[in-house]
Design a protein around this ligand. Structure first.
Ligand code: MG
Length: 245
């Protein structure tokens, strides 16, 4: 069931989203070659505590960390650990925080030091596809309008969208209905004021197919190509998309 939020509930999500943006800004500023990915997990925990929010991913369906850190051919659900970031890597940070019973969810992909031209293009196309998708999230449009904008944008640059993982409703729960695929899969429901959605293109430089790592969490590109991920939590207010995080 789609959960329509009241204006007070959306206001709580605004506060929650502003905190998440600040936390992601801090994480972004810390990225450097040589750092271990679990250093980012520690920073996430510290920032959340300092700002009075709870990291939403920790223990969600058993996820063992405070945020997802996915490097290069890792698409999503990377588990922070001993791996050290290297010059030329790209790293996707996906995080959610919960405030007063409401959560917001966002992701960014960042280059570590100097990155290849292809990696730069992949990051900018993915971010652009997210913006194109968000622009379609208006009252009266359908979920497929978001999906189509993302898919067309990505494929026009020769990249592919991941199909097994999708955006979603968000707010009272980390994952609510509806699903927001990044490719056209039927029309989907009509968007209304008060819906809160996580729109999140996952884009592969090569083929769209994925595989699961031995840890049963981390999703990788099947062909070993690079992957990027950007995500906003938005609310449909005043008939238009308002970016919350
Ligand atoms: Mg999400």
């Amino acid at each position: 069931m789609v959960v329509i939020k009241s204006s007070q509930e959306i206001d709580t999500m605004r506060k929650c989203g502003r905190i998440l943006v600040a936390v992601l800004d801090r994480l972004r500023s810390e990225i450097r070659p040589g750092m271990r990915t679990d250093e980012l997990d520690i920073i996430m925990a510290e920032e959340a505590e300092k700002r009075g929010v709870i990291p939403s991913f920790k223990n969600y369906r058993g996820f063992p960390a405070n945020l997802c850190v996915s490097v290069n051919d890792e698409i999503v659900h990377g588990i922070p650990g001993e791996r050290r970031l290297e010059e030329g890597d790209i790293v996707s940070l996906d995080a959610g925080v919960t405030l007063d019973g409401f959560c917001t969810d966002a992701a960014i992909t960042i280059g570590v030091g100097q990155i290849s031209k292809e990696a730069e293009k992949l990051i900018s196309v993915t971010e652009g596809a997210l913006q194109a998708g968000v622009a379609q999230a208006v009252c009266g449009a359908q979920v497929c309008d978001i999906s189509s904008a993302i898919q067309c944008n990505v494929e026009s640059h020769g990249f592919s969208v991941v199909r097994e993982y999708t955006g979603h409703g968000v707010g009272r729960d980390l994952h609510e209905e509806p699903q927001i695929p990044n490719f056209v899969a039927g029309k989907g429901l009509v968007l209304r004021n008060g819906m809160t959605l996580a729109i999140e293109p996952m884009v592969n430089a090569g083929d769209w197919r994925t595989k699961l790592a031995a840890n049963k969490w981390t999703v990788l590109t099947a062909d070993g190509s690079l992957s990027a991920h950007f995500e906003h939590t938005i609310a449909i207010t005043g008939d238009e998309a308002e970016i919350l995080a």
